[in-house]
Write a protein that binds this ligand. Structure first.
Ligand code: SAM
Ligand code: SF4
Length: 329
């Protein structure tokens, strides 16, 4: 099998699959209070179609990791069944999920038994009122319960994702890290990106990796761990403990040069970059009776057209048409 290599020599092994663009939260840095015009259900790939695309990825293109995301992937009906089918593929990908954690308390064990290995749970604050202000829903208790359930189910390591926003939750960088360390979760901070649906992102509101590390450095002695494989997070261990804290500096320290990711939207569009402005319509191929070789060819063509990196820091930068929640974060 020829690996999925682009013209810059990057080998793509990691597929992010968005299972829905819908969400039960309304995080302010992601979407407006009223939500979005959700994609009609008939436009979303069926389970059979998702399994087929992933099978082509693992059997013909060298995909080894699949992360399920959204929108909120736990809202996908029949998710454990889909996870079981994906984990029964030969070769099977390593399966993980990024979720806001609502409903995870109910589903963690079932998902683990179906073949899920790891989970990232988004949690931007430990304060209930602040959680309600950021997500516009009073659901922090469900998220905390979801975290505990994920850990008890053996979805290890459980990672917490937080997006610090200036004047909103940037005073909790140390608190969140201490909370994660105490409970055996890995903490990861993500620089906010210009991918919110309402176009309100501004550079001044973004808390940079440097600032995050300064705050952490005031409280902890950090031992560099580096990057795991091609992961976007740069990691540190808190000296004298097993606690790990990571920072994803997509804006100020882009990692495009080692990007190994490709994305599939819930409506079957293949994207070679989070910031891509062009998509490849795999759904049309799937529904038009294309064979596996045609799907493989479309996928290789998409990767062949991948650019060197996003241009957030250049004046030519254009936002992609879809927001993060419709691409799959
Ligand atoms: N709903 C799930 C969740 O929140 O984990 C999965 C989808 S969400 C789009 C995936 C990740 O993207 C979350 O960790 C979220 O915090 C992050 N995210 C959303 N909007 C973002 C933005 N504008 N900049 C940076 N990260 C963002
Ligand atoms: Fe929903 Fe995740 Fe976006 Fe929050 S970040 S609104 S949980 S998709």
């Amino acid at each position: 099998m020829a690996p999925l290599v682009d013209r810059f020599g990057r080998t793509h092994t990691d597929l992010r699959v968005s299972l829905t663009d819908r969400c039960n939260l309304r995080c302010t840095y992601c979407m407006p209070a009223e939500g979005l015009n959700w994609m009609p259900r008939a436009e979303a790939l069926t389970d059979d179609e998702v399994v087929r695309v992933v099978r082509v990825g693992t059997q013909r293109l060298g995909i080894t990791q699949v992360r399920l995301t959204g929108g909120e992937p736990l809202l996908r009906r029949g998710l454990p069944g889909l996870v079981a089918r994906l984990s029964a593929l030969d070769p099977a990908p390593k399966l993980s999920i990024t979720t806001n954690g609502i409903g995870l308390a109910r589903s963690a064990t079932v998902l683990r038994e179906a073949g899920l290995s790891r989970v990232n749970v988004s949690l931007d604050t430990l304060r209930p009122e602040r959680f309600a202000a950021i997500t516009r829903r009073d659901r922090i208790a469900d998220v905390l319960e979801g975290l505990r359930a994920a850990q008890a189910a053996g979805l290890a390591p459980v990672k917490i994702n937080a997006v610090p926003v200036r004047g909103v939750n940037d005073d909790e960088i140390v608190d969140l890290t201490e909370f994660a360390a105490e409970h055996g979760y890995h903490m990861r901070f993500i620089e906010s990106m210009p991918l919110d649906a309402q176009g309100a992102w501004d550079r001044d509101g973004m808390v940079t990796a440097e600032e995050i590390l300064d705050r952490l450095g005031e409280r902890f002695d950090l031992v560099p761990v580096g990057r795991q494989d091609n992961a976007p997070a740069e990691e540190w261990r808190i000296a004298g403990t097993q606690a790990v804290v990571g920072v994803i500096a997509s804006v100020t320290r882009p990692f495009c040069g080692s990007c190994d990711r490709v994305r599939l939207t819930a409506d079957g569009q293949l994207r070679n970059c989070l910031f891509a402005t062009h998509e490849s319509d795999l759904r049309a191929l799937l529904r038009g009776g294309a064979d596996d070789a045609a799907l493989e060819a479309a996928w290789r063509t998409s990767i062949a057209g991948k650019g060197p990196g996003h241009a957030i820091n250049s004046p030519e930068f254009r936002r992609p048409q879809r927001p993060m929640s419709a691409i799959g974060g």
